[in-house]
Design a protein around this ligand. Structure first.
Ligand code: FAD
Length: 435
């Protein structure tokens, strides 16, 4: 059914936002035979921060039939993560130590190109994607979400839906409409970042394509090569530090504190400086009558371990499958929404605990790992397969380190919930290992 402008007037599912979370949701729903309308407020491709992927994203793409397309894009392969500090000492987490059968690499991506590729994939799967379509209102009837009102090409449109998935990221309309957002004061950092052109990876003192993470006294720096000749470098710091200084000068000063990043970007040309603030929040309620939240619309804690896109795409696919189940059998709504909500919270909860471990010890994860016996003379933390798995994106398993972190009650974020301790990517491998 179409409206007077020829746009859909009624669909199974409206997805707000065509970022990784929205595109993954829409792709899977379309593959399951649902009619899907994706509304994206900006024209694609569009700039977005969040450029370093984790290896299980490859397993997820494989599952939805996208892996070959991703591999054909020429994105920068990422085989590991390097952690260093002002002294120049470093440790490298090689993803191949996750163990056999697991994807040993991921990609560093230019998000504009990556997100456009995902939106095109959703469209090819059968979803309708409308760019420059901004959702302004969530339609409700008798306490249930029944559609949205959006603006497109100067006109206002209404579309009814059996379910609305909000993957609108930080701007989530549903989170705002229902007042779902909470902040975690201990994690409220800010980021200043810049792209540097003319990169020569020959200068990289470590491994080509790796993400570098460099800690210093006011926070930490990322260096992510998003093209062969372009590197994204950002400084994450406490809000007070940014309030007292000029963003560009602070970024420059912080980079200079990390010698291995200085060496890598020597001879490059800096571009425009960007600032991101207020990106740390979570929602305790992520589903309701006729709606679900996916990815950043539900939670975002901190970029330190590059979990954002993995969590957004994984919750997107899971939300799609839950919604499909609900539409097929509405009597299962409560059960499926609870399972989805628990799954989402398990992933974000585990991710948030690694972040707490890192921040609690002055931007260094090692003291925590030492304190629980995961860093020892004979097995350094960056060679420990369980730590490598965790830092590669193993947020749902029962591994020893995950279980230890789950016991640290001072890091609890969500109200008590039932953990879903089953790896969504390598379930059989994990079951064989009893994790
Ligand atoms: C400083 C920083 C660095 C980061 N680095 C990394 C990293 O290295 N690796 C990583 O994996 N993650 C990283 N992240 C996180 C990552 O950017 C996000 O987790 C990821 O983009 C989430 O995807 P999403 O689809 O949920 O939301 P988004 O990517 O934000 O997509 C939401 C989309 O919804 C659209 N939208 C919003 N409101 C509306 C509306 N009303 N109507 C229509 N459309 C709407 C937006 O235009 C947008 O395109 C970083 C984040 C920050 C802040």
């Amino acid at each position: 059914m179409s409206d007077r402008q020829g746009l859909p007037a009624s669909v199974d599912v409206v997805v707000i936002g065509a970022g990784p979370g929205g595109a993954a949701t829409a792709s899977r729903l379309a593959q399951l035979g649902r009619s899907v309308l994706v509304l994206e407020s900006r024209p694609l491709p569009r700039f977005h921060i969040g450029e370093s992927l984790l290896p299980p994203t490859m397993a997820l793409f494989e599952r939805i039939g996208l892996l070959d397309t991703v591999r054909a894009q020429g994105f920068v392969p990422k085989y590991g993560a390097e952690f260093s500090g002002p002294s120049g000492r470093f440790g490298r987490v090689p993803f191949d130590l996750q163990g056999p059968g697991r994807h040993p690499s991921a990609f560093q991506v230019e998000r504009a190109r990556f997100d456009k590729m995902l939106a095109d994939f959703a469209q090819a799967a059968g979803a309708t994607v409308i760019e420059e379509a901004t959702v302004h209102d969530i339609l409700q009837e008798e306490g249930r979400v029944v559609g949205v009102r959006y603006e497109h090409a100067g006109a206002s449109h209404t579309v009814r839906a059996r379910h609305v998935v909000d993957a609108g990221g930080r701007a989530s309309k549903i989170a705002k409409t229902f007042g779902l957002r909470n902040h975690v004061d201990r994690l409220r950092m800010v980021a200043v970042f810049q792209h540097f052109a003319n990169l020569d990876e020959g200068r990289n003192p470590g491994h080509e394509g790796d993400i570098q993470i460099g800690r210093h006294k006011d926070g930490w720096i990322w260096a992510i090569p998003i093209r062969k000749d372009v590197i994204s470098v950002g400084s994450v710091m406490r809000r007070e530090v940014l309030l007292e200084g000029d963003p560009a000068k602070l970024l420059d000063e912080h980079i200079r504190r990390v010698p291995r990043i200085v060496t890598r970007i020597e001879g490059t040309q800096p571009g425009e400086v960007h600032v991101e603030t207020d990106y740390c929040y979570y929602a305790d309620t992520v589903t309701g009558p006729g709606w679900s939240l996916v990815g950043d619309a539900a939670c975002f804690f901190d970029p330190i371990f590059s979990g954002g896109v993995l969590l957004a795409t994984t919750t997107g696919v899971h939300a799609a499958e839950a919604v499909d189940g609900i539409l097929s059998d509405p009597a299962r709504t409560e059960e499926l929404q609870k399972a989805y909500s628990d799954f989402l919270k398990t992933g974000y909860d585990t991710y948030s605990r690694v972040i707490h471990a890192y921040y609690e010890h002055g931007y260094n994860i090692r003291p925590y790992l030492e304190s629980v016996g995961m860093d020892r003379e004979e097995l350094r933390w960056y060679d420990n397969p369980w730590v490598v798995r965790l830092l590669s994106g193993d947020f749902w398993s029962r591994s020893e380190i995950n279980e230890l972190m789950r016991k640290e009650s001072r890091w609890d974020t969500f109200a008590p919930f039932d953990h879903v301790l089953k790896c969504p990517f390598y379930a059989e491998l994990n079951a064989a290992e009893g994790v």
